[in-house]
Design a protein around this ligand. Structure first.
Ligand code: ADP
Length: 376
């Protein structure tokens, strides 16, 4: 049996493992802590630091091919895996173009991907100088290791700058600044790209963020054909710009004037693509595995007119109760996914629900109802 190594053991690795089993592929998990959701699904797991030479050697010995579920792995770790002779996708070079948001945006800019004005900033004066040209509000971002908005701050005026700078740059993290985009909604496209460059797009979806965390995904997005084409063009350009292999999530802003601007790219299956498990011919997880193995890619079109995914975010802090899914199963057609995390924290991604249907409203009502009934 071929064994696919995954760097990271969270819900994305869990769902990749579920897809791998159906293809007759085993997974090996390398996560910092033991007992991660994905590690519990396989006998092959290593708990340790990704930069620990011994732990990395143990992991490499278990794998035939390697991928990741988490872009916070340092690109040099991927390089070491490649040096050991294993195919690894995304490659170290792809990750290097994405991991630092400033380099990522330079890469996209150079590839003619439309995006908001941005700059690297070394001090508060550099932010003020950027604001003098582009105006307030603006968004200050940590260049690395931000997720679910933890590395971002929206500055309405110059008065917001000192506190935001202090919070984000803690421990001398490098920062960048971006013009604030007055978007009407946010869009995302999952892009599949094979080892040979063959590219397939999943539908353009609308994502609804609350407190910078994805709450709801509506597929397909209800947008004009022109806007759809613009989003598809940006998504394909972005993945080509980083020479990606596998599945990538490309997030974008849609503006009232019809423009679409690039926001960011994730080098892996993405929350905005979870709906593909039940609503598309091939899920993002299965297609990611097919792509990184160099196997034939699967169809990406939808099998239902509409699908809505609602995230289940932790509502309390404590141990996850048994039977968390049970009550939600009373909602007809609700596909419930529980991420098997032992501890609940407020706002932590604990699971999701997808409902497909003949109308977006019905699907959304049912998905929200089921998500509310999950006891996490
Ligand atoms: P993360 O890497 O933490 O997911 P993002 O850069 O995607 O961070 O930002 C998270 C959210 O913050 C976005 O989905 C969007 O809602 C908001 N945001 C980010 N950048 C901008 C911007 N330039 N203008 C307006 N809103 C933004």
């Amino acid at each position: 049996m071929i064994r696919l190594g995954i760097l990271g053991g969270g819900q994305l690795a869990q769902m990749m493992t579920q897809a791998a089993v159906s293809l007759g592929v085993e997974t090996a998990i390398f996560e910092r802590r033991a007992d991660s959701p994905a590690a519990r699904l396989t006998k092959h797991d290593v708990a340790g630091d990704w930069t620990s030479p011994q732990a990395l050697a143990d992991f490499i010995a278990l794998c035939d091919v390697v991928t990741l579920e988490n872009e916070f792995v340092d690109a040099s770790v991927l390089e070491r895996i490649a040096e050991a002779g294993l195919p690894v996708y995304p490659t170290a070079e792809t990750l290097r173009r994405i991991q630092d948001k400033f380099i990522q945006k330079q890469t996209m800019d150079a590839a003619d991907v439309p995006l908001p004005a941005f700059a690297a900033v070394d001090d508060l004066d550099a932010v003020r100088a950027f604001a003098a040209v582009h105006g307030w509000p603006l968004v200050l971002k940590a260049r690395r290791d931000g997720y679910d908005g933890y590395g971002n701050a929206t500055l309405r005026t110059a008065d917001d700058l000192p506190a935001a700078w202090e919070r984000l740059s803690a421990g001398d993290r490098a920062l960048m600044v971006e013009a604030f985009v007055p978007f009407s909604h946010e869009l995302a496209v999952m892009v599949l790209r094979g080892r040979d460059g063959e590219t397939r797009l999943y539908p353009v979806v609308e994502t609804v963020q609350k407190d910078h965390i994805c709450h709801v995904v509506r597929a397909p997005a209800s947008i004009s054909p022109t806007m759809k084409q613009a989003a598809e063009r940006i998504a394909a350009q972005a993945v080509t710009a980083v020479d990606g292999v596998g599945v990538f999530g490309v997030e974008m802003f849609a503006l009232d004037d019809g423009r679409v601007l690039y926001n960011e790219i994730a080098p892996r299956p993405h929350n905005s693509g979870h709906y593909t498990i039940e609503a598309c011919r091939t899920s993002q997880f299965e297609n990611h595995i097919r792509a990184v193995l160099g196997w034939p890619l699967g169809a990406t079109d939808m099998t239902a007119p509409y699908a809505v995914m609602v995230n289940v975010l932790g509502r309390f802090t404590g141990h996850a109760p048994a039977f968390a899914a049970r009550d939600a199963l009373r909602v007809p057609n609700a596909h419930v996914h529980i991420y098997s995390k032992r501890d609940v924290r407020v706002g932590r991604k604990m699971g999701h629900v997808t409902v497909t249907g003949e109308s977006m409203e019905e699907a959304e009502t049912a998905a929200r109802q089921a998500a509310d009934l999950i006891g996490l």
